[in-house]
Design a protein around this ligand. Structure first.
Ligand code: ADP
Length: 166
């Protein structure tokens, strides 16, 4: 088999909003690859709580300490984005067996569509394995303290999105 050393990877997701779990995966990917592209997926089936521009702004703030991380957004199939970006490694995080089931299905479908693209799974750190964007949104919606689950620099952004307008 031809061996190719890959220097770049893409970490795709909704990041609606970015959590400490995402940042942990990004930091670990940034230590493994020369360049990590965090790519926000526009999913027509999920409108999302935060506009893509706001998600990007929060991601940039949360990753300001990582010089080899860049940010992008895309619509359509991940494999088409990978080909356009000339990149062959997708990084995804795994929190649970439920994640494993859905993520392995997605990885196999992507492999069928683009055999040159590999999916690399990083296990969630135990500290973050129950953290999700949807939990953060739900806690914020009902006025709970979501701050332990997101980077400190975006707490106010998330709060503002859920505060009742005067
Ligand atoms: P998606 O809607 O594509 O699942 P998410 O933004 O929810 O997007 O997640 C992007 C990726 O990050 C997925 O691979 C997901 O499993 C992973 N992820 C989400 N939360 C965590 C966490 N707390 N720890 C590790 N990985 C996570």
């Amino acid at each position: 088999m031809r061996r190719v050393a890959e220097k770049r990877c893409v970490y795709p997701g909704s990041f609606d909003p970015v959590t400490n779990g995402h940042v942990d995966i990004i930091e670990r990917a940034a230590a493994l690859f020369d360049e990590v592209t965090v790519a926000i997926l526009h999913n027509p089936a999920k409108t999302g709580r935060f506009p893509v521009e706001k998600r990007m702004e929060m991601l940039k703030k949360a990753c300001a300490h990582l010089p080899n991380v860049r940010f992008d957004h895309f619509g359509g199939l991940l494999v088409d984005y990978m080909r356009r970006s000339d990149c062959r490694v997708v990084v995804r995080g795994l929190r649970s067996t439920a994640d494993f089931e859905s993520e392995s299905t997605m990885a196999q479908l992507n492999r069928a569509l683009a055999p040159e693209v590999e999916t690399l799974f990083l296990p969630a750190s135990p500290l973050h394995s129950v953290v999700s964007s949807s939990a953060v949104r739900e806690i914020a919606l009902f006025g709970g303290d979501f701050s332990p689950f997101v980077p400190a620099c975006i707490v106010q952004d998330v709060q503002n999105a859920f505060d009742p307008k005067p």
